[in-house]
Ligand binder design. Structure first.
Ligand SMILES: Cc1cc2nc3c(=O)[nH]c(=O)nc-3n(C[C@H](O)[C@H](O)[C@H](O)COP(=O)(O)OP(=O)(O)OC[C@H]3O[C@@H](n4cnc5c(N)ncnc54)[C@H](O)[C@@H]3O)c2cc1C
Length: 422
């Protein structure tokens, strides 16, 4: 029997809300073309739910890659708990559900003509467009870092070859070496992700290279689930992980791939393996079309996730500025359902209801040691804010609670990937 986590429950609740709010397809819907760009957490969910909400809709998903490798659980690959195969998903389920799937890169958007230009050369027209292109790495945001440098100092912040590169480097590292991670300032994809990664690498070191050390150089002064992470690190890994906040020497000013050196305001550090997580922006396709603010992220209406720039365009997932919601796969999934409902309502001449969004982020500190943060978000006059009642797992909890949360994390992964691709 499957274990239902808080996350999977919220997923089902979201799906049920979607069904309940579905409206009968009216004349316009029969020919309406809704195109979704990006087949990750936001895009795959949007495409699937649009088609579920209105079978007559002509839904096309455009995704650059034939398979999607999830960032969620990619840290577990580094820890040796999962394989790349375990976190790789195909698009057959979406195609079977009636979504037309095109594997191509969208090279440009003409909002006036409502036309997309594709790497395949065949343009695609839309009535409504959903963008969920995820992030771009802002290589220029950190002196010394570049796409070429990332071949020596991997970011592994988009799962796939970069994850494997980092894993191979860790495997080749001598016991007793120092692994350095450069952690970015907010906002960035997956606030607890760097700290789960440090935990999983500590697990790997404990089992294979126990003399090794982990140094986290952080641009921030604090981080997501900090108390729980630090409690877990001390309990499971002793002094293996050292975290330096920005003001205590964590702020990295430059990296040098050649000498494997990280420079900070307080001095230089040499690493045997260096993982640089650079600053980020919304995916290029959204920025190039003029949908982003100067800061590089896309402003949206919180009730619909409609772009503030173009009412025919809906932007979900990491690319969007989503108030208090973190940039997570679960957030993207929740926002995509709200956008799908809003599009179907708009095409049928209706209005969107006041939505509720959900997010839970599980992190594994060790194979049987899970922690989480869970919130429901609502639109208020203060923006998109966390509703009262959410929060993080208890501190100083018994081992059984931590072990249960690790099981819930598995349940969450199975249910959300099934929701998107199953
Ligand atoms: C190490 C790590 C661990 C994480 N763990 C978790 C977790 O446990 N839980 C959680 O909820 N979240 C987690 N996340 C965050 C999660 O991965 C992202 O928030 C989520 O992927 C965002 O979804 P998205 O749809 O915005 O982007 P993505 O899922 O990245 O999807 C974007 C898709 O768009 C495609 N694309 C982009 N541009 C184009 C174009 N021009 N043409 C065609 N296709 C294009 C890309 O190929 C990609 O498939 C983690 C992230 C990292 C890095």
């Amino acid at each position: 029997m499957k274990t239902f986590s808080r996350r999977s429950f919220a997923l089902m609740a979201g799906a049920a809300a979607g069904t309940a709010l579905a409206r009968p397809n009216l004349a316009f819907g029969a020919s309406a073309r809704v195109v979704v760009v990006g087949g990750g957490f936001g895009g795959a969910t949007a495409a699937r739910y649009l088609k579920r909400l209105d079978k007559q809709l002509n839904v096309t998903l455009i995704e650059a890659n034939k398979q999607f490798v999830t960032c969620p659980f990619s840290n577990l690959v580094l820890g040796g708990l999962r394989t790349m195969d375990n976190i790789t998903h195909g698009y057959d389920g979406l195609a079977k559900g009636g979504v037309r799937v095109i594997h191509a890169t969208v090279q440009g958007i003409d909002p006036g003509a409502r036309r997309l230009s594709l790497s395949t050369g065949n343009p695609v027209l839309y009535d409504k467009l959903v963008l969920s292109p995820g992030i771009d790495l802002n290589y220029g945001g950190l002196p010394g870092y570049s796409q070429a440098a990332a071949e020596r100092l991997p970011h592994a912040w988009k799962a796939g070859p970069q994850t494997m590169l980092l894993k191979r480097q860790l495997e080749a590292m001598p016991d007793g070496g120092t692994f350095i991670m450069v952690c970015p300032d907010n906002p960035y994809r997956c606030p607890p992700g760097p700290y789960e990664r440090a935990s999983m690498i500590a697990h790997y070191f404990t089992t294979k290279k126990p003399k090794s050390k982990i140094m986290l150089l952080d641009a921030k002064e604090s981080f997501s689930k900090q108390g729980l992470f630090q409690e877990g690190w001390q309990a499971v890994y002793g002094r293996m992980i050292e975290w330096l906040p920005g003001k205590a020497g964590g702020k990295v000013t430059e990296v040098d791939a050649k000498s494997m050196t990280v420079k900070t305001e307080f001095g230089d550090h040499k690493g045997a393996v260096i993982n640089v997580i650079p600053p980020q922006t919304a995916g290029e396709v959204a920025r190039a079309a003029g949908f982003a603010t100067p800061a590089g992220w896309c402003a949206v209406d919180f009730t619909t996730f409609q772009s503030k720039v173009d009412p025919n365009v809906y932007i979900v997932g990491d690319a969007a500025i989503a108030g208090a919601m973190p940039k997570s796969g679960f957030s993207a999934n929740s926002q995509a359902k709200v956008a799908a409902l809003a599009i179907v309502a708009a095409l049928n001449g209706g209005k969107s209801e006041a939505p509720a969004f959900a997010n839970t982020c599980y992190s594994l500190i060790a194979p049987k040691y899970g922690i989480s943060v869970a919130n429901v978000y609502r639109v208020t006059d203060k923006g998109l804010v966390a509703a009262p009642g959410g929060g993080v797992s208890p501190s100083n909890a018994p081992a059984q609670v931590r072990s249960q949360e690790a099981t819930y994390a598995e349940g969450w992964y199975e249910s959300i990937t099934h929701d998107m691709f199953g």
